[in-house]
Design a protein around this ligand. Structure first.
Ligand code: FMN
Length: 185
């Protein structure tokens, strides 16, 4: 199946901009990269070792909204090679991302790994299931070390993904990562 990211983001306006700035030829070859939207073991391992990600959603008025999502390491889980999901806890009760997803299923995620200077972008059609409506999935997504009340399950049906280049990602370390560093050499 051919669902690579250029199909979603190389709109006519983007192609015109590439043309205008002399980058169209460099970008055209990316449009033929085929069916790489299915996650491989590499992406699954990367996703399941994150402790946070950024999620962009779109309101019905067209405004994008980006929110940071943080949790225990591994709270974003792969269900299969085209589906990832997390349990959404009760938070500040503004429900902006939730409302946006109800208005438009489209979401874009960015998953950072600062120590290894990597970032993975994901485009997904997103749905929300109330926590009580799928107890099997709820159990799969629950984090044993985090006791807050799960309100809903957020499920991403991945349409495309792309690894970005590491340039300009400053290595940063969590306290836990610093404690695990071998500084002897
Ligand atoms: C009691 C409480 C718990 C929260 N827990 C989390 C959390 O686990 N992860 C997180 O990223 N934000 C947490 N937040 C911050 C936001 O409430 C949360 O990100 C929320 O989902 C924001 O959604 P929205 O900006 O889409 O409305 C918490 C806030 C409160 C008040």
């Amino acid at each position: 199946m051919d669902k690579n990211y250029t199909k979603l983001v190389f709109t006519d306006s983007v192609k015109q901009a590439q043309e205008r700035y002399g980058a169209r030829d460099d970008n055209a070859h990316r449009e033929t990269s085929g069916d790489r939207y299915q996650l491989t073991e590499k992406e699954i391992a990367y996703i399941q070792s994150r402790d946070s990600f950024y999620m962009a959603t779109v309101g019905e008025n067209g405004w994008p909204y980006v929110q940071f999502r943080g949790g225990s390491r591994g709270f974003l889980k792969a269900i299969d090679n085209t589906t990832i999901a997390y349990a959404d806890f009760r938070g500040n009760r503004q429900y902006i991302s939730t409302g946006n997803i109800l208005a438009s299923e489209k979401a874009a995620l960015i998953l950072m790994d600062y120590p290894s200077q990597q970032r993975l972008k994901i485009w997904a059609e997103t749905k929300i299931i109330e926590a009580g409506d799928d107890t099997g999935l709820l159990q799969q997504l629950q984090m044993p070390d985090y006791e807050a009340r799960i309100e809903r399950l957020v499920i991403f049906d991945i349409q495309a993904y792309d690894w970005n280049c590491p340039k300009h990602i400053t290595p940063r370390y969590t306290k836990q990562e610093v404690q695990g560093l071998d500084l002897s050499g």
